[in-house]
Design a protein around this ligand. Structure first.
Ligand code: GLN
Length: 487
């Protein structure tokens, strides 16, 4: 019997009952990682010598294999952020989350592929190639935490770490039929995460059940003196998890669900996604929750993507200015420091990254800062203020996690700036704007591909978000699911 494809909860039980050992689990996990690697490209590095650290205290994650996104620093283990500019970089320190996993006895079996430097949403922009969707190899799994999503969806590991700046955990989780969670900003330390856009960056996780998120969060949560933006919490997430959500108030945004807003690109797929959402709202009511429709200024909703892009490109340009090929990565050629840096950065970054840095530099130029960067900050504030106002009355916002199923690799399938794209494909960045806790859980299938439900709550109310997700999860048969192609 294979235990590795179970949830953390199931694996824990099997280990406690001495049905399986950690060594057996690690071996199974490594074997699967190698079996699927050629086809799916989930890993940059597979750690064949993975084993438990010494002196581990008793912990629910003890002995359980996991995977870590390759933009999270691991001491002595290659960490490339899927970029050529870091292709040889071996860090000399562990990120706080990695230290915490080691202390808990969880065992990382590998570093997962991402869109280069976490900039992207497709899983097609790593220096080692594209990551495929385990439900259909002709489709992408989404990004940027593509390899982590694929590894969990394939059943290689029961959980994996990712990072989320706009939706990089939650979108690939939805495309992969699994659970994706990003916490309140700061609840998990970012020390050792390569920054993309630090005011929006979060570390979070992929699992195959909501309860498993609570296990991982209990391990990773809390104040870290190495990250001054980190937060303490008294919540014990496993103990406080309950599926009694009677009386909880949730809302969805009217303009997002209004079929009239998608006249130009309405199709059967969208119809099914929206119908699925109506069904989900019925289930919420059956659980005793109050569901209300709320109106949001459509101009603000349409501004989410440009605002996100403006802020994230500007911050990314500044954050990544240390990647010169001098301290990290392959050294460039040239006679002066400028020439060496120019050569390293020209060769080290792909076109996509360069495009974002060009935009970022333009946005940050002295004469543009006020009109572009600071204005984007003001719009972000308007959106966050509106959300905070709504969270005074409601416990959570629920929306479809996507406006389409995982696209095929033919990019013309994606009509970039349509309403469908602007409203339904990008709203999860609201969670990053305000640092709101946010989760996606599987809620059905459209065209045989999984789709997800997005649940977002007020800052520091992670437990409310998890409880609502936990209760809704019970209403569906998808807990613990693994991709169809590999079952
Ligand atoms: N898809 C978004 C982008 O391309 C989000 C990336 C992320 O969250 N890291 O920037």
């Amino acid at each position: 019997m294979s235990y590795i494809k179970g949830t953390i909860e199931e694996i824990r039980k099997a280990m406690d009952e001495k049905k399986v050992t950690s060594e057996e689990l690690v071996n199974e996990s490594l074997k699967l990682a190698h079996t699927y690697e050629k086809e799916y490209n989930a890993f940059v590095t597979i750690c064949d010598d993975a084993k438990e650290e010494n002196n581990v205290k008793d912990n629910p994650l003890k002995g359980i294999p996991c995977a870590i996104k390759d933009n999270i620093s691991t001491k002595g283990v290659l960490t490339t952020a899927s970029s050529n500019i870091l292709k040889n970089y071996i860090p000399f320190y562990d990120a706080t989350v990695v230290t915490k996993l080691k202390e808990a006895g969880a065992i990382s079996i590998g570093k997962t592929t991402l869109d280069e430097l976490a900039m992207g949403g497709t899983g097609t922009a790593a220096h080692t190639g594209i990551v495929k969707n385990p439900w259909d190899k002709n489709r992408l799994i989404g990004g940027s935490s593509a390899g982590s999503a694929a590894a969990v969806s394939l059943g290689i590991v029961p959980f994996a770490l990712g990072s989320d700046t706009g939706d990089s955990i939650r979108k690939p989780a939805a495309y992969g039929g699994i659970v994706g969670y990003k916490p309140t900003y700061g609840l998990i330390s970012r020390y050792g995460l390569f920054p993309f856009a630090c005011s929006l960056d979060h570390i979070g996780c992929f699992t195959r059940s909501v309860k498993d998120v609570a296990y991982v969060l209990d391990c990773l949560k809390g104040k870290d003196e190495k990250d001054m933006t980190s937060l303490d919490t008294k919540t014990n997430f496993i103990n406080e998890l309950t599926n009694d959500v009677k009386g909880k108030k949730v809302f969805y945004i009217k303009e997002m669900l209004d079929r009239n807003n998608y006249k130009d690109d309405y199709d059967e797929e969208l119809e099914e996604i929206l119908n699925n959402f109506d069904e989900a709202m019925k289930k919420c009511k059956e659980l005793g929750m109050e569901v209300e429709e709320v109106s949001f200024d459509i101009k603000l909703l349409e501004a989410i993507f440009p605002t996100y892009f403006t802020i994230s490109c500007a911050e990314a340009t500044s954050n990544n200015s240390n990647l010169t090929g001098i301290i990290f990565g392959p050294r460039g050629e040239g006679k002066t420091v400028e020439e060496i840096m120019f050569d390293a950065r020209t060769k080290g970054f792909s076109e996509l990254i360069k495009r974002r840095f060009v935009l970022g530099s333009y946005i940050l130029q002295k004469e543009n800062q006020e009109k572009l960067f600071l204005n984007a900050g003001r719009i972000r504030r308007l959106i966050v203020n509106k959300m905070n106002e709504l969270f005074k009355k409601y416990d959570a916002m629920i929306l479809p996690a996507q406006g389409a199923v995982a696209p095929t690799f033919r990019s013309e399938d994606i009509d970039k700036l349509s309403n469908r794209y602007l409203l339904l494909e990008n709203h999860m960045a609201i969670g990053n704007f305000g640092g709101f806790p946010s989760i996606t859980i599987p809620c059905g299938f459209v065209n045989k591909m999984p789709i997800g439900l997005s649940i977002t709550g007020a800052v520091k109310k992670d437990i409310d978000v998890l409880n609502i997700a936990y209760a809704i999860e019970e209403k569906y048969p998808y807990k613990g699911q693994i991709a169809k192609e590999v079952k």
